[in-house]
Design a protein around this ligand. Structure first.
Ligand code: FAD
Ligand code: DLZ
Ligand code: SF4
Length: 508
C-alpha cells in the first residue's frame, strides 16, 4: 500500500529518517503550509516566510529527484488547516491509511499525530547525535543533570577534538579564555545575505497579507532559504568569525547584532545544515591552524553539548515541561517585549533587533530579555510564548529548555544549578548599551538608578528561602546583608515602585 511520508517545516533534510525508509517509486511525500502551525504562537513574519520558502524549495528539490510530492500551500482552497487534518485529507485522496513520519520536535504535534485514526509509523529523528534512549541511560540515577558531563560523553562519542581518550589541549572546556567585551569594528564581516528570489517574493506577499499584525518586520528578508545558501553562511562563519567566536561570544554591541556568531541556528533547526557536518568543519579549522582551540571548543560545545542536552531534557521531562513555574511568577509580559517604548537602552536594543531581524544572540536572550523577565517575576509561560514566537530558530524542543529551564529557572533547577540573574554591572561590562541609556548603571538607588540594579536585589530577597543556601549564591546574600538597613529598604521600595509602574503600563 502507498505510504504518506510526512515532512514537516523543520524536517528539510535529504537524510530524514522518514525519507530513507520510504520508496520514491510509490510513496507520496506530504508537505503542508497550515494555519495551525503558522499561528499556534504569533510567529515573527520572517520566521513564517523563511519556513514556507524553505519548504517550497525543498519540495521542488525532492520532485527534481523523482519523489511524488503532495504539497499544500497556505492559500490553497482545499487546505485542511492542520497537519493531522491534511494527513486525513491526503489519506483519502491516495486511498491509503499508512503514514510514515520522523518524530516531530514538539510534544503537541507528536500527541496529535498519535491520535490519528491512521496507521502511523513514527521513526526516531536521526539528525541528532544523542538518541532518546541514550540520553535516558545517561540521565538514569544521576542526582542532577549537568551539561558539562553530558558534553564530555558527546565528545567521546563523536571523537571531536579528542586526542585518543583525552580532550585536545588537555582540557574539556576553555571558557576561561572567553567572555571578553568587543569594540565596534566597521570591517567585521556580517553573514552573507541572500538576495530575493521568485519563491521568496511570492511567500513574502502571502505572509504580508495573512499575518499583518504579527510582531516583527517582514522585509527585507535576508536569510538563506535552501541548503546551498545555508552552506555559504557556514563557510563564511568558519573563515571569518570562528577564530574570534570564543573570545567575544558574550559581547553585545548596539550596531553589530551578529558579532562573531554563526547565525546558523535557523538552518540547523530546519534541517538545512547537519550538526555533525558543522562541527567537523570547525574541528578541521582547528586542525589546520585556522582557528584557536578556545573558539573551536566553545563552538562545538554549543552544538554537541548545549543543543543536544536541551533536546534530551525536553523529551525526558515530558509534555508538561512548558507549564512549569517553580518560582510562582505571575506578572504579565510587559508591553515593551512587543515593542512598546522603554527607557532601558539594553532592552530597547535587544527587542528592536529581535523585531527587525528575528535574531538575537545568546547573551542578549539570556542576560537582557531573559534576565529582565526573571527579575521582574514574569509568568514563565508568557516568556516561553514570546521566545517561541519571535526567533527564526525557535522550536519548542530547544526553546523551552532554554527559556523555562536556563533562563527563567521555572523548572526548579533541572537545566541549571542557579538562576541566571545579574544587575546592570554585567550588561555594562559586556556591552555598549549603558552609555546611551536614560538610566545610570552606576546608580544603585534614586530616580535614575538602573532598574536591573533594583530588581536584582528584589529577586534575591523574594526568593531568599530557596536560594540563600545555594553555595553559588550565598555571597550575594552576604553582600545584601552587609548593606546599611536604610539602603536595603530603599532598594526594595524603589524596586516595588518600578514594578508597579510596569504593571500600570507606564513607560519605564
Ligand atoms: P551561535 O552563538 O553562533 O552558536 C552556534 C550554535 O550553537 C547555534 O546555532 C545553536 O545551534 C547552538 N547553541 C548555542 N547555544 C545553544 C543553547 N543554549 N541551546 C541550544 N543550542 C545552542 N536556540 C535555538 O536554536 N532555538 C531557540 O529557540 C533558542 N531559544 C533560546 C532562548 C533563550 C532564553 C536562550 C538563553 C537561548 C536560546 N537559544 C535558542 C540558544 C541560543 O541563543 C541560539 O541557539 C543562538 O543564539 C542562535 O544563534 P547563532 O546560530 O548565531 O548561534
Ligand atoms: C514553524 C512552522 C511554521 C510557521 N509553519 C509550518 C507549516 O505550515 N507546516 C509545517 O509542516 N511546519 C511548519 N512549521 C514548523 C513546525 O511548527 C514544526 O515542525 C513543529 O513545531 C515541530 O517542531
Ligand atoms: Fe540596561 Fe541599566 Fe545599562 Fe540602561 S543602565 S542599558 S537599563 S543595564
Amino acid at each position: 500500500m502507498v505510504k504518506l511520508v510526512l515532512v514537516l517545516g523543520d524536517q528539510l533534510s535529504d537524510g530524514l529518517s522518514a525519507l530513507s525508509h520510504a520508496d520514491p517509486t510509490q510513496d507520496v511525500v506530504v508537505m503542508a503550509e497550515v494555519a495551525s502551525e503558522a499561528s499556534y504562537v504569533p510567529h515573527h513574519p520572517k520566521k513564517i516566510a523563511f519556513t514556507f520558502t524553505a519548504m517550497r524549495k525543498f519540495a521542488a528539490s525532492l520532485q527534481a529527484r523523482g519523489w511524488r510530492v503532495a504539497y499544500t500551500r497556505l492559500d490553497d482552497t482545499e487546505n485542511a488547516g492542520s497537519i493531522p487534518a491534511e494527513l486525513l485529507r491526503r489519506a483519502e485522496e491516495f486511498r491509503t491509511d499508512c503514514v510514515l513520519c520522523t518524530e516531530p520536535g514538539e510534544w503537541r504535534l507528536i500527541l496529535a499525530l498519535r491520535d490519528l485514526p491512521l496507521t502511523l509509523t513514527m521513526l526516531e529523528d536521526t539528525r541528532f547525535i544523542c538518541a532518546h534512549s541514550e540520553f535516558e541511560a545517561w540521565a538514569e540515577g544521576r542526582k542532577s543533570l549537568r551539561m558539562e558531563y553530558f558534553y564530555r560523553e558527546m565528545r567521546r562519542k563523536t571523537g571531536l577534538l579528542m586526542e585518543g581518550d583525552k580532550p585536545a589541549g588537555g582540557k574539556w572546556n576553555f571558557d576561561h579564555d572567553n567572555r571578553k567585551p568587543a569594540k565596534g569594528d566597521l570591517f567585521r564581516n556580517a553573514p552573507p545575505e541572500a538576495q530575493g528570489n521568485p519563491v521568496l517574493d511570492e511567500v513574502l506577499d502571502l505572509v504580508e497579507t495573512r499575518f499583518p499584525d504579527n510582531f516583527g518586520t517582514l522585509r527585507p528578508l535576508r536569510f538563506q532559504t535552501d541548503r546551498a545558501g545555508a552552506l555559504r553562511v557556514l563557510d563564511h562563519f568558519i573563515t571569518h568569525a570562528l577564530p574570534d567566536f570564543g573570545t567575544y561570544q558574550d559581547a553585545m554591541l548596539t550596531d553589530d547584532p551578529y558579532l562573531y556568531h554563526a547565525v546558523i541556528g535557523l538552518y540547523l533547526n530546519a534541517g538545512l545544515l547537519d550538526p555533525l557536518e558543522v562541527c567537523a568543519r570547525a574541528a578541521k579549522a582547528y586542525d589546520n591552524g585556522r582557528a584557536p582551540l578556545n573558539s573551536v571548543e566553545g563552538f562545538i560545545r554549543q552544538i554537541i553539548g548545549w543543543r543536544e542536552f536541551m533536546r534530551g531534557i525536553y523529551f525526558l521531562e515530558g509534555p508538561d515541561y512548558t507549564g512549569r513555574n517553580t518560582l510562582a511568577h505571575d506578572r504579565v509580559l510587559p508591553d515593551l517585549f512587543w515593542g512598546a517604548e522603554t527607557r532601558m537602552n539594553c532592552l530597547k536594543n535587544a527587542v528592536g533587533q529581535t523585531r527587525d531581524l528575528a535574531y538575537a544572540h545568546h547573551i542578549q536572550r539570556l542576560m537582557v530579555t531573559g534576565n529582565f523577565a526573571l527579575l521582574a517575576g514574569v509568568d514563565p509561560a508568557h516568556v516561553h510564548e514570546w521566545y517561541l514566537a519571535v526567533y527564526a530558530d525557535a522550536y519548542e524542543w530547544v526553546e523551552a529548555p532554554n527559556v523555562i529551564g536556563m533562563s527563567q529557572f521555572a523548572d526548579g533547577g533541572v537545566v541549571g544549578s542557579k538562576p541566571y540573574v545579574s544587575s546592570g554591572a554585567y550588561i555594562d561590562r559586556m556591552s555598549d548599551y549603558c552609555k546611551s541609556c536614560d538610566y545610570r548603571v552606576k546608580d544603585k538607588t534614586g530616580p535614575r538608578a538602573c532598574p536591573f540594579n533594583l530588581l536584582y536585589w528584589h529577586f534575591l530577597i523574594r526568593h531568599r528561602d530557596r536560594f540563600s543556601q545555594n553555595p553559588r549564591m550565598a555571597q550575594m546574600y552576604r553582600t545584601f546583608d552587609r548593606m546599611d538597613p536604610d539602603r536595603r529598604r530603599t532598594v526594595l521600595a524603589e524596586a516595588d515602585t518600578f514594578l508597579q509602574r510596569l504593571d500600570d503600563g507606564e513607560t519605564v
